[in-house]
Design a protein around this ligand. Structure first.
Ligand code: UD1
Length: 483
């Protein structure tokens, strides 16, 4: 994807001409559209465009299943076992399909014994052809997490350029530094990265510069079978990471956590398979909650739980949303009256998650006053707001961030801030999904706007939102798929 445009820029440089950046931007959008179609096709989404008639509250009940941010990692963990693993509550999203295909390329037999279940049999792990993995990588960042398990199983890992949402540079330096600390040798080549461990992997003392989710998972998946004890400082402690630790413990790993984001892992000689039900998708739950608020609706999100959403629920309440916690889910609704502006700083867990800000911002366009969202995790996660402005929102993005006397998250060099002034009525528009969460926020905006909207690149949303078209139907949305 980006690779294609890079290759083109390189060839232009070699030919002595100046790179044509307009053409490069075009290639990026063409490739994004291709990614979207591929992602949609993986889950049987027939169309890549939706036409939405807005202004109707979303009401009804939908279910959320296992978290995208756990299920895909749990699938990779199965590679470490000597016996098959059974993962339950698996969402039907295209990222799961991508990982299924990758595991298949490595000889892991993946079958589905029942709806929402995956049986992963790693008895015959083998080296995959680089081209096979490369072809899948454009739409996912998961290949990087295969490193540790592949080093243990095969002594080598070949990692192509990585995909995922285009929300910043998304470097992998923490991952590579951690692998080196375990004794791995990292060689970069034009096509990707080759990692080997000629002398095996041994426990390490690692301190992450930032509590990265992916890098913490990298360390866990590598340390469980490395020789000796690993101490990981400044680790991410997201609920999905705790669920991954629970899975690894079921497999035979020895892992304990201590205060101040420190995790210890004592390596073991072998691991077996697991049986595990994935933790619910709190990002999907928060997205539907925001949809209920922005559309003046009432949505019962079956499967949602309070503890993992506590920080979100506080902000939801401050904005003026209401919720009732039940045994089997949470009801989110607009209780009437005016919404209130808030100041939010995204942060690692237990802070306000960066994936929650996009859907929330749509609701904030209807709040009475000035809201500020400080994005402190990614350096470029407000690109989606341009389309909301086209729909009538008043949002100004400060690319160097903003000072604030009331903030609690320390300022990061690359952070940005969005200032949202409301209430502004939204009207329909033609918009293109730029990334996963931004895409869902366009759906919410279109559903709450007056008039008709057309949203393309719909497939991107299927990377993380299971059967969202069926769910929209169940909630009474007025829309049709094009084509
Ligand atoms: C995961 C989640 C994503 C969520 C994010 C933060 C998955 C599949 N995705 O992404 O939904 O938004 O956590 O909660 O689980 N960084 C580096 N070097 C590295 C790795 C990360 O500088 O080697 C930086 C990133 O650029 C970013 C920050 O660390 O600024 C956080 O990234 P990270 O927590 O690793 O996010 P992901 O694991 O990619």
């Amino acid at each position: 994807m980006i690779r294609a445009s890079r290759a083109r820029t390189l060839s232009i440089r070699r030919s002595g001409l100046r790179p044509d950046y307009t053409r490069r931007v075009d290639l990026v959008s063409v490739n994004l559209a291709k990614d979207a179609r591929k992602a949609g096709a993986r889950v049987g989404l027939k169309s890549d465009a939706i036409v939405v008639e807005g202004g109707k509250p979303l009401t009804g009940r939908i279910e959320v299943r296992g978290a995208k941010n756990l299920a895909t990692k749990a699938m990779v963990a199965a590679l470490l076992g000597d016996t098959p693993s059974l993962l339950q509550g698996v969402p039907e999203i295209s990222d799961v399909d991508v990982v299924t295909r990758m595991l298949d390329a490595y000889g892991v037999a993946v079958t589905s014994p029942a709806e929402g279940e995956l049986l992963l049999d790693p008895s015959n792990v083998l080296k995959a052809h680089f081209a096979q993995i490369d072809a899948l990588a454009g739409s996912s960042r998961i290949p990087i997490l295969f490193c540790g398990p592949l080093l243990h199983r095969l002594g080598e890992a070949l990692i192509p350029d990585l995909g995922g949402c285009r929300i910043g540079d998304r470097p992998i330096d923490f991952h590579m530094d951690a692998l080196r600390a375990f004794g791995a040798i990292v060689d970069k080549s034009y096509e990707g990265i080759r990692i080997t461990a000629p002398n095996g992997l041994h426990g390490a003392n690692i301190e992450l510069p930032f509590p990265s989710v992916g890098a913490t998972e990298q360390v866990l998946l590598t340390a469980v079978r490395a020789q000796g004890v690993t101490e990981l400082k400044n680790a991410a402690i997201e609920p999905e990471i705790m669920d991954l630790i629970a899975i690894l413990q079921k497999m035979g790993a020895i892992i304990w956590t201590e205060a101040n984001r420190t995790i210890f892992i004592e390596g073991v000689d072998s691991l077996s398979g697991y049986t595990h039900r994935a933790i619910f998708d709190r990002n999907e739950a928060a997205s539907w909650a925001a949809a209920a608020l922005a559309t003046h609706g009432d949505i019962y999100v079956g499967g949602a739980k309070q503890l993992e959403l506590m920080t979100f629920l506080n902000v939801f309440r401050k904005v003026g949303g209401a919720f009732d916690v039940h045994e089997d889910g949470i009801r989110f609704y607009h209780p009437g009256g005016q919404l209130h502006p808030v100041q939010v700083e995204t942060d690692v867990h237990p802070g306000f998650m960066t994936d929650w800000q996009q859907p929330l911002i749509v609701a904030l366009t209807q709040a009475d006053g000035v809201s500020i969202v400080h994005e402190t995790v990614y350096e470029n996660r407000f690109g989606f707001t341009d389309a909301l402005v086209d729909m009538g929102a008043d949002i100004v993005v400060h690319k160097d961030g903003l000072e604030s006397i009331s903030r609690r998250v320390p300022r990061r060099k690359l952070e940005q801030a969005a200032v949202i002034t409301g209430p502004t009525p939204l009207h329909g528009a033609d918009v293109r999904v730029p990334d996963l969460r931004g895409g869902f926020s366009y759906l919410i905006a279109a559903l709450s706007a007056s008039g008709t909207s057309r949203i393309t690149n719909l497939g991107i949303i299927s990377r993380g939102y299971e059967r969202f078209v069926e769910k929209l139907e169940a909630l009474g949305a007025d829309f049709r798929l094009e084509g």
